[in-house]
Design a protein around this ligand. Structure first.
Ligand SMILES: Cc1cc2nc3c(=O)[nH]c(=O)nc-3n(C[C@H](O)[C@H](O)[C@H](O)COP(=O)(O)OP(=O)(O)OC[C@H]3O[C@@H](n4cnc5c(N)ncnc54)[C@H](O)[C@@H]3O)c2cc1C
Length: 369
């Protein structure tokens, strides 16, 4: 597993394995900024950085399968600073024309400005983030509560309900008058986020991405691509955890026998392998469907739900089998436990995705088994 990979993809796996050993692990010894810079430079050298970037911008616009293979392989080493490996991708800005092309997309891909994504709103928001068009301007009021990287971002791709037009994605520069960074916070996995309030924020209507009213489907497509990569990442961490467990179970316990010789341990361990096998099978099948140009919205949701729940169970059970030592706070399993917990909410809560899968099949006739 996975079988039938092309020669190029097998080479990509080798590249990723060598990259972790020769670049990521040594870089992790340096302070954060230096580590990221070393990883970014190394990733450019070996062709990992441009995989997520379009060819017009010097990228290699890799296939969904290649991106999954690369992400899974890197994560199977539980590396630090994974986010420094791949270049910024266009996301919802793909296909924008001028002025957004020159003002935001080009500098984003060049790494000179940073973007973020504003979708989630606070539970107690008085109303959804809303906009009114007046001439060539759009006036926005509202709140976004969970913007990853928002405190360091130059702009937020924001979901706004525009009066008379519907949900739209709008580029809001964080330095615009009326944009207030209300709170910075760190999630359980160590990732950084921000909450924003918009009070009469005025942006040109040219900052509306694509057609007004098409924001929600556009945002959903973008989240869909990201969900498959989440599944690939989860799959890589499953491999890492199971490898760690293999070593542990082949070790000798106090009775002088291998720890994995007890049937009760083997049953638990086999369950984890079954889950990992299923998650990886779904992932590779779905990536191949995506590369055939098929709509994988439902399958990507299924992969994300299954893989993120499976990795949670795998890490949890691994801790149980390794014992109390795995709960010491700097133990890699203890850290991974915190990291994987966030994935069942990020990019869509598991139960909400389940409801969407049900609706896709029962109401819209979309999705396959
Ligand atoms: C690490 C991390 C990074 C994130 N990054 C971003 C980001 O960059 N941009 C962004 O906009 N958001 C981001 N989020 C927020 C994330 O998208 C939301 O947390 C997630 O969509 C759930 O929304 P919520 O927190 O408002 O919870 P809620 O929507 O209140 O959901 C909580 C629970 O309520 C139930 N529920 C909710 N809706 C329904 C429904 N329709 N039907 C039935 N049950 C329901 C489900 O059980 C769900 O688990 C991030 C979250 C995390 C953890």
């Amino acid at each position: 597993m996975p079988e039938s990979l092309s020669r190029e993809l097998l080479t990509l796996i080798d590249t990723c394995n060598e990259f972790v050993a020769n670049v990521m692990n040594p870089a992790a010894e340096h302070p954060t900024d230096a580590a990221r810079a070393l990883i970014r430079a190394g990733a450019k050298d070996v062709g990992l950085f441009p995989m997520t970037q379009p060819t017009d911008f010097g990228g290699s616009a890799s296939s969904a399968l290649a991106l999954c293979v690369a992400r899974e392989t890197l994560c199977s080493h539980n590396p630090s600073y994974l986010d420094a490996v791949f270049g910024p991708s266009p996301g919802v800005l793909a296909n924008v024309k001028d002025p957004l092309y020159s003002s935001h997309l080009r500098p984003l891909l060049a790494g000179t400005i940073r973007g973020s994504f504003g979708f989630t709103e606070p539970d107690d928001a008085a109303h959804p983030t809303a906009g009114i068009i007046q001439g060539n301007e759009l006036i926005i009021n509202g709140q976004k509560s969970y913007v990853t990287g928002g405190a360091d971002a130059d702009f937020i791709n924001t979901l706004v309900d525009i009066k008379g037009r519907g949900s739209s994605l709008v580029v809001i520069n964080t330095a615009t008058a009326g944009v207030a960074l209300e709170r910075r916070f760190t999630a359980l996995d160590g990732s950084h986020h921000a909450a924003f309030k918009f009070t009469d924020v005025t942006v040109p209507t040219a900052h509306i991405i694509g057609e007004p009213g098409q924001g929600l489907p556009k945002a959903m497509r973008q989240i869909g691509d990201t969900r498959l990569l989440f599944a690939a990442q989860a799959s890589g961490y499953m491999l890492w955890t199971i490898n760690l467990l293999n070593t542990h179970l082949l070790g000798i316990d106090k009775s002088g026998k291998p720890r994995g010789s007890q049937n009760v341990v083997r049953l638990r361990y086999a369950d984890l392998r079954i889950k990992a096998f299923a998650a990886r099978s779904m992932l590779y099948r779905t990536a191949r469907l995506a590369d055939q140009g098929q709509n994988i919205v439902n399958e990507a949701m299924a992969c994300k739900v299954f893989a993120t729940e499976a990795v949670g169970e795998i890490v949890d059970t691994a801790i149980q089998l390794v014992g109390g030592g795995a709960l010491v706070e700097d133990h890699p399993l203890a850290k991974l436990y915190q990291k994987v917990r966030t994935w069942r909410l990020a990019e869509g809560a598991s139960d909400v995705l389940r409801l969407n899968i049900g609706r896709g099949i029962l109401e819209l006739g979309k999705g396959r088994i």
